[in-house]
Design a protein around this ligand. Structure first.
Ligand code: G3P
Length: 221
């Protein structure tokens, strides 16, 4: 499964990218606004750091506006993917953009039916929001499972990006469900490699080794 960083924080992206862990980045208006910097500059910086796809979201709500903005955004860098909200206007826009070869990520997907329509109009990616479904007492993982089956049944090439990931279990569950990509908040990514038993085990190894070395030294004296 590919891992994307769900953040617009350039420093965070640099650090994780250096470890060879990320295959792409997703941003949205909330994440960009949080950084308080010029949108275009931020997206271009991210696109330079990361080789893989970088999603930048349109802010227009009508299809004409979205198409115009998408053409502009896709000119910012070769690896820009245009994020389009899952609305009727959004579907109209994706239908036009996919024919022009502009890569799209249909976002705010909360049902299998929405995912099916996005795939039908040629979306490159769909982003089901797991955490927000869990928040209202439904299952985000079930949606990923349904989308997987649906795309496999009909041979859609649209890739599933599990978004609104809140904890490590979400990542493990979507990987087991055959999801193509998980986009993970920058702050959550270290939690994937951290484990208290790893730390405890390492502390024991270090202590035992130091005692052994001390003993060897005393023997040699
Ligand atoms: O990729 C979508 C994500 O940023 C939304 O996450 O936690 O606000 O539901 P959240």
């Amino acid at each position: 499964m590919k891992i994307f960083a769900d953040t617009a924080n350039v420093e965070e992206i640099k650090k994780i990218n250096e470890m060879g862990l990320i295959d792409g980045v997703t941003t949205n208006p909330t994440l960009v606004a949080r950084e308080g910097k010029d949108w275009e500059t931020v997206e271009k910086q991210i696109c330079e750091i990361v080789d893989g796809p970088v999603s930048a979201e349109v802010t227009a709500s009508d299809s004409e506006g979205m198409i115009k903005q998408a053409r502009e955004l896709s000119g910012w860098a070769d690896n820009i993917v245009v994020k389009i909200p899952m609305t009727a206007e959004g579907l109209k826009a994706v239908n036009v953009l996919s024919k022009e070869g502009i890569k799209t990520n249909v976002t705010l997907v909360f049902s299998a039916a929405q995912g099916l329509l996005a795939a039908k109009v040629g979306a490159t990616y769909v982003s089901p929001f797991l955490g927000r479904l869990d928040d209202i007492g439904t299952s985000g993982i079930e949606l990923v499972e349904k989308l997987r089956q649906l795309f496999d049944n009909y041979g859609y090439e649209t890739e599933i990006i599990a978004a609104s990931i809140r904890h490590v279990q979400h990542v493990e569950q979507v990987a087991l469900a055959g999801c193509d990509i998980a986009t993970i908040p920058g702050k959550l990514i270290p939690k994937l490699w951290e484990h208290p038993l790893t730390d405890k085990g390492l502390a024991t190894f270090e202590k035992d080794w130091a005692e052994f070395e001390q003993l060897q030294k005393q023997k040699g004296e």
